[in-house]
Design a protein. Structure first.
Length: 602
């Protein structure tokens, strides 16, 4: 340990000294010592100048020493705050218990064990999974056991050096405000580690500790089987399905799901089938990245005569699907395209299972505000209900809980970032159940001589051709992000732009400020958050465009969609029109070159 802390900044010195007093992890202490010895003040400021914020996404950051990172000390402080908040708001928590699980990343099991130990010492029963599991198993287990809360240690699809801490509440949905603010306040009030918080030995002897692994897996697969409507088709389908776990947790669970639906064993992408926190075959372990992440899947499928690929992200809550086309090329479905297909499929299954009439007003589908509006058009035509929420499954999960309490039937929810909730088995996106249902959908379509691509075309013909163009830029300077959005708000003589590329702006909704020009009182209906940037423009050419900052990564994301009649113009013409418009929109509003933004893929 460095004997002397002197960076020339009194506040920074104080933060570092406090850290060295509390941190008992020799590896992270050594990181700080080396930075001090090298007098690397810039890096020390980066790590200790701020504190990682606990929010509705929980925590997500690089695993390094420092108050702005994720490490043992930050996890201990977070678990202590979570515990105190639970105790203060839920007198039943000591009988209900908490669920704790983890993915296959470096230190994930360590962070889970620290959390479980702190809960156990406070007399809270803990359902601690003994091995890696998909994220959806946490909300599933909360509901199964009636728990007060749950923690999943995962950064989802972030790079290998990151980790995260995802919290669910007693309704089995992700936390939203004011719960996140309450937990954050309690974290700040319990920063000093308690005398036994570093000691995980209680895990070897506590009678309050339960391993739910086998019980939850069996129950989950049993529940999932209730969604299987075409076992005879699944058993006989000539389709072969190729699967990639993206070096994550999904393999065992997707295999069990496929088997429960009657499918033959999946073709495995052997290089990616085993958990590996190094992610050696992909730069970004995120199937949403498209071809770069699915190259091995496509070559494996080619070698095995397989025409459909399914892939999960590392914590198996997202699903990617690709299908081989007649010309030998592969089509990787976007999240919006899969949302259309799975939405159609879940609606069809609901009618078959429940004998629902197409006008049933108690049937609901949900989508985030940046996702395709195709389900809205489908709802208008078929008679079911559609609801839009803010971005993120925390909003859709909580809305689904509310609807179920009202006696409604929520059959599907999705977001364009390849997240799908097929029914209400899990109040969150679930790549395992969605994977099984996607395979059954493909098998059924094959039995009536259709591909998924052909069915998507049919859906577009019926409900309108919805084409999207979504992407992002990396922006490493938060001040630049702030300035960009402030500029957009004042671009037209102190107000929002009234046109882009010759197309008139017909409405503006700003969920950072709460302004919505389409409402009589000019106030947004959806919840407002001043801590994140999000502006949606609607244009007279039929385009809807949303610009927003990511809550978990240094990204500025843009989402655009146009709905058009493909009988009047070709799909290519419509897509080209959107692409040209989006290029203009990005240049005028984001000014990527001037703001030194890094494009996706660079």
């Amino acid at each position: 340990m460095a004997e002397h802390v002197d960076t020339g900044n009194a506040d920074l010195d104080k933060a570092i000294k406090q850290w060295l007093e509390w941190d008992k992890n020799m590896a992270t202490r050594q990181e700080v010592t080396e930075l001090l010895n090298d007098h690397n003040v810039a890096e020390l400021q980066e790590r200790f100048g701020t504190r990682i914020q606990f929010g509705t996404a929980g925590l997500r950051a690089a695993m390094e020493a420092g108050t702005a990172r994720i490490n043992d000390l930050i996890i201990i402080q977070t678990a202590q705050g979570l515990l105190r908040y639970m105790e203060s708001t839920n007198p039943e928590c000591k009988s209900q218990g908490v669920v704790v699980a983890y993915d296959a990343r470096y230190s994930s099991d360590r962070y889970a064990h620290l959390t479980a130990s702190i809960m156990l010492r406070a007399g809270i029963p803990v359902y601690l999974f003994s091995g890696i599991v998909p994220t959806p198993f946490v909300p599933y287990a909360i509901r199964k056991y009636g728990c007060a809360a749950g923690v999943m240690v995962t950064p989802s699809h972030n790079p290998k050096g990151d980790n995260g801490y995802k919290v669910y509440w007693n309704n089995s949905a992700q936390i939203i405000s004011p719960i996140d603010k309450g937990i954050a306040k309690n974290i700040d009030e319990n920063l000093e580690p308690w005398s036994d918080s570093w000691d995980t030995s209680i895990l070897t002897r506590s009678k309050l500790l339960t391993d739910p692994y086998d019980d939850v897996l069996d129950a989950y697969i049993q529940d999932l089987q209730q969604k299987c409507l075409h076992r005879e088709i699944n058993e006989k389908t000539p389709l072969r399905f190729t699967y990639s776990a993206m070096h994550g947790v999904g393999t065992k669970f997707i295999c069990a799901a496929a088997k429960s639906f009657g499918f033959q064993p999946l073709v495995m992408v052997k290089e990616q089938v085993e958990p590996d926190p190094e992610f050696p075959t992909v730069k970004y372990p995120n199937p949403e990245e498209g071809k770069s992440a699915l190259d091995l899947s496509m070559s494996t499928a080619e070698a095995n005569g397989s025409s459909v690929i399914i892939a999960n992200d590392p914590d198996a809550d997202r699903l990617a699907v690709a299908e081989k086309q007649g010309d030998g090329q592969w089509k990787i479905f976007t999240g919006n395209e899969l949302g259309a297909l799975l939405g159609w499929w879940c609606y069809s299954c609901a009618k078959q299972q429940n004998g629902l009439e197409s006008t049933d007003s108690d049937l609901y589908m949900l989508a985030s505000t940046v996702s395709s509006k195709l389900l809205q058009k489908m709802a208008e035509k078929e008679g079911f209900q559609f609801m839009e929420t803010l971005t993120g499954f925390k909003w859709m999960g909580n809305k689904a809980v509310d609807l179920i309490k009202e006696g409604k039937n929520v059959v599907f929810a999705f977001e364009e970032a390849i997240g799908f909730m097929c029914g209400t088995m899990v109040m969150d996106k679930d790549g395992i159940s969605a994977g099984a249902m996607a395979c059954e959908m493909a098998a059924y379509l094959n039995s009536i001589n259709l591909t998924c691509t052909e069915k998507l075309d049919e859906i577009y013909e019926k409900y309108g051709y919805h084409v999207s163009k979504n992407s992002y830029y990396i922006c490493l300077q938060p001040a630049t992000m702030q300035a960009m959005f402030e500029r957009i708000r004042t671009l037209n003589q102190g107000s929002y732009p009234d046109s882009i590329g010759g197309s008139k702006v017909t409405s503006v909704r700003d969920l950072t400020t709460g302004y919505d020009s389409s409402q009589p009182d000019k106030r947004a209906i959806l919840p407002v958050s001043k801590s994140s940037q999000m502006i949606t423009f609607t244009f007279d050419n039929g385009v809807i465009a949303t610009l927003r900052t990511s809550g978990t990564e240094p990204k500025i994301k843009y989402y655009t969609e146009i709905c058009a009649d493909a009988t009047q113009r070709s799909k290519e013409e419509i897509s080209n029109e959107l692409s040209k418009f989006v290029n203009t929109l990005v240049e005028e509003l984001l000014q990527p070159e001037m703001n030194k933004l890094i494009p996706k893929g660079d």
